[in-house]
Ligand binder design. Structure first.
Ligand code: 5GP
Length: 192
């Protein structure tokens, strides 16, 4: 889609996007492929898909709609305080799961993993509850500054180390409702 078509469709949000790096079609195709793998692996296991709000919103909904077996969904919410140094990030649980997960098959769904600190913190908390299994499905993987090596059983796309928005990912709570993933223009990122 050309810039002027995007602006016609998405208005001021699209005018802030410098470049689309993953199109809506590419995302939908990949989500369907991941859903097929999950369906094959979890048939008969009655899994709980656990997502982290709010970024996982659209990925979780598109994914579960493509999985034609019984699954439950539940959500965690976290806040993340980061200092200048990536390694000094602190995660705090704002909302815990509604469902007990002991002896259940858990598939943890994340929008993006960068250093791995958030994911590591949350997986540790889930592991303590002794699920029957615990695997990870991430749509966007940013491997460059990974500090903790976490096995990602299902992975959508590898991304360069750039700040992206769209398909659930925000900048100051905006741009989540763009159906593609893009880079913001430099002047937008620099706005206080
Ligand atoms: P990590 O703890 O792995 O360094 O960071 C994961 C969290 O950082 C994600 O859940 C997300 O909230 C945020 N994050 C990392 N990269 C991006 C990005 O490119 N765009 C947005 N909007 N959030 C990001």
């Amino acid at each position: 889609m050309k810039t002027n078509e995007l602006v016609n469709k998405y208005g001021e949000m699209a005018a802030d996007i410098g470049e689309i790096i993953i199109s809506e079609d590419q995302i939908q195709k990949r989500v369907k492929e991941i859903a097929e793998q999950i369906t094959a692996d979890y048939t008969g296991k009655d899994p709980i898909l656990v997502g982290v709000l709010k970024g996982v919103l659209f990925f979780m909904s598109d994914l579960v709609l493509q999985i034609p077996i019984p699954v439950e969904v539940d959500f965690l919410a976290v806040s993340r305080y980061s200092s200048e140094a990536r390694s000094k990030s602190f995660v705090r649980l704002l909302k815990d799961l509604d469902t007990p997960i002991t002896n259940r098959h858990i598939l943890f769904i994340e929008d993006v993993v960068d250093t791995g600190l958030t994911l590591n913190y949350l997986l540790k908390s889930l592991r303590e509850r002794e699920p029957a299994s615990l695997e990870v499905c991430v749509l966007f993987n940013k491997p460059k500054y990974r500090l903790i090596d976490i096995p990602l059983k299902y992975k959508g796309f590898d991304l360069p180390d750039r700040f992206v928005v769209g398909y659930g990912l925000d900048h100051k709570e905006k741009y989540r409702n763009l159906p593609f993933v893009g880079l913001l223009k430099a002047e937008v990122l620099q706005t206080p």
